[in-house]
Design a protein around this ligand. Structure first.
Ligand code: NAD
Ligand code: MN
Length: 497
């Protein structure tokens, strides 16, 4: 926990020196073309720096270098125990620099610094350490062959991995890829979002300090349609891992098909249902969790509980409890340690969120709280947590991912109807059910078409369980040992004895 005050954070922000260049072969470098883009803080509109805008030439260079590092064996063939030590050092360095990294992330994308420090940075460091600790505890297999055969089933690193990540949890999403990708012995090129490049750039130096060899970890800031596309179309990238929108995820599958059939693993959007039954064990806890599920991280969460399904018999009682719980989620200055809701990522996203609020009103949903931009005098982009009641699952605000603090309340009459509504979505990332009926809880968990199901809680999970989506929420899983599958090829070796 930090004891830093807002004044302390502001003082640090003023004296912060921000690295803005790309990172290739163990060095910070300008983009080949010399281009940059402005990195503006959504907190107050201030210019944080001009960041290297990488493009196709940078991708070529980084991929060639990553390939050379991979082929040299300097990391890919390093003894597991040694690779583990470097990974754990890397994770520990992230933890040691947590205050600096949290500040960078807050300035860059607007989330409350207290959350960046105690949640994002902790999770990122933990994921890198966990993956490192895991790598020398994974054994290969010997097949049950006839007596005169020896069948070895082994995992090998796949080669060059490109990781393209979003801006909502910049370092945490990066770590979910970097942990198992590096632990498996691959070379990695990380492409952060153009909306939040700063922490990815900063940790490159920490990776070198940890002893990860030059060329094994590279960072290319820039836009999706330039350097992102170049990586996705590159003939020498073996695996592309992505977290971001479903629209871009689909595009990446096309790029893979148009190029070298690189493996593509996608964590995409969500429109998760949070189902509150009349027999929930604790309606107060459910109301608080429903508020947090839409307001935390400004609602910019892939698993946001953006559809709140409420049993009709408790609707009039329960919805006001959620409205009350949302009052603790007031937007404030992200560097104030007591702030629970920060700024949206940028002005363009603000317009999009406000557009959805207008659509909700136009389609006849009942606005119960929020609905407005606030703190405009700050120069930043802030929206109040917003709740619409009386939503129908066919409305735009019930179907599309808003990725902001806008909650749609949909009533239901029995659990079968709730499950039908929950599954009536192109997405399948997560769902929650609140009930004290054990059988109902288990039957619902089986019926929900989602990668994560929570019972009597929202957003449970840690490194021990896989995370990812059904349907158009993606394929493959981050976290847990299952994540290693994405970064290795399976080989069968038959030896005649
Ligand atoms: P986005 O799809 O717009 O961008 C994601 C990344 O893809 C960025 O780095 C972007 O530069 C890059 N990109 C964009 N166009 C590209 C192209 N043509 N080729 C290659 N790369 C390209 O998503 P976003 O707005 O940054 O993030 C929000 C989305 O991320 C939401 O849909 C959210 O649900 C999703 N998300 C999913 C998870 C999950 O684990 N399932 C977690 C967090 C966020
Ligand atoms: Mn930014």
């Amino acid at each position: 926990m930090t004891t830093l005050t807002r004044a302390d954070w502001e003082q640090r922000a003023r004296s912060l020196s921000i690295e803005t260049r790309a990172f290739i072969h163990g060095e910070y470098v300008d983009a080949v073309g010399g281009d940059t883009f402005d990195c503006l803080s959504p907190i107050d509109g201030r210019l944080l720096g001009q960041v290297a805008s990488c493009a196709a030439a940078d991708a070529e260079r980084a991929v060639a270098d990553a390939r050379a590092a991979f082929d040299s064996g300097v990391w890919s063939r390093l003894a597991p125990a040694e690779r583990k030590q470097a990974m754990v050092r890397f994770g520990n360095l992230i933890a040691q620099h947590a205050e600096e990294l949290a500040l960078l992330e807050t300035l860059d994308m607007g989330k409350p610094v207290a959350h960046a420090l105690t949640l994002d940075m902790v999770a990122a460091a933990e994921c890198i350490c966990w993956s490192g600790e895991a790598l020398d505890k994974i054994y290969d297999e010997v097949a049950p062959t006839p007596h005169d055969q020896l069948g070895l089933v082994t995992r090998e690193p796949i080669g060059v991995v490109a990781a393209i990540v979003p801006w909502n949890f910049p370092l945490m999403m990066s770590s979910w890829k970097l942990g198992p990708a590096l632990a498996s012995g691959n070379s990695v090129i990380l492409k952060p979002s153009e909306k939040s490049p700063l922490t990815a750039i900063r940790i490159a130096a920490l990776a070198v300090e940890a002893g990860i060899p030059a060329g094994v970890f590279n960072v290319l800031p820039g836009f999706g349609h330039t350097v992102g596309q170049a990586l996705a179309l590159n003939m020498d990238v073996d695996t592309l891992v992505f977290t971001g929108s479903t629209r871009i995820a689909k595009q990446l599958m096309i790029y893979a098909g148009e190029s070298n059939m690189k493996r593509v693993w996608l964590e995409a959007g969500g429109k998760s249902a949070n189902i509150v039954c009349a027999d929930a064990p604790d309606l107060q806890a459910a109301a608080q969790a429903a508020a947090a599920a839409i307001a935390f991280n400004q609602g910019e969460v892939c698993t946001a509980g953006s559809r709140l399904l409420v049993e009709r018999s408790i609707q009039e009682h329960f919805v006001p409890m959620v409205v009350e719980a949302l009052k603790t989620w007031r937007p404030g200055h992200p560097l104030d340690p007591s702030t629970m809701v920060g700024a949206l990522v940028d002005r363009q996203h603000l317009e999009s969120v406000l557009g959805y609020i207008a659509a909700g009103e136009a389609e006849g949903a009942t606005l119960r709280c929020g609905g407005c931009r606030v703190l405009e005098e700050s120069g930043g982009v802030y929206v109040e947590p917003t709740l619409f009641d009386g939503v129908n699952n066919t409305m735009k605000i019930a179907r599309e991912e808003i990725f902001g603090p806008v909650l749609a309340v949909i009533p239901f009459d029995d659990i079968e109807e709730a499950l039908q509504i929950a599954n009536d979505s192109p997405y399948g990332l997560a769902a929650a059910v609140w009930t004290r009926d054990l059988s109902k809880a288990h039957l619902a968990a089986k019926a929900l078409r989602a990668g994560s199901v929570w019972i009597n809680q929202y957003n449970g999970g840690d490194m021990t369980a896989p995370f990812g989506g059904f349907k158009q929420s993606g394929n493959g899983r981050d976290k847990s040992l299952h994540a290693f599958d994405k970064y290795t090829e399976l080989k069968a070796t038959w030896i005649k004895l």
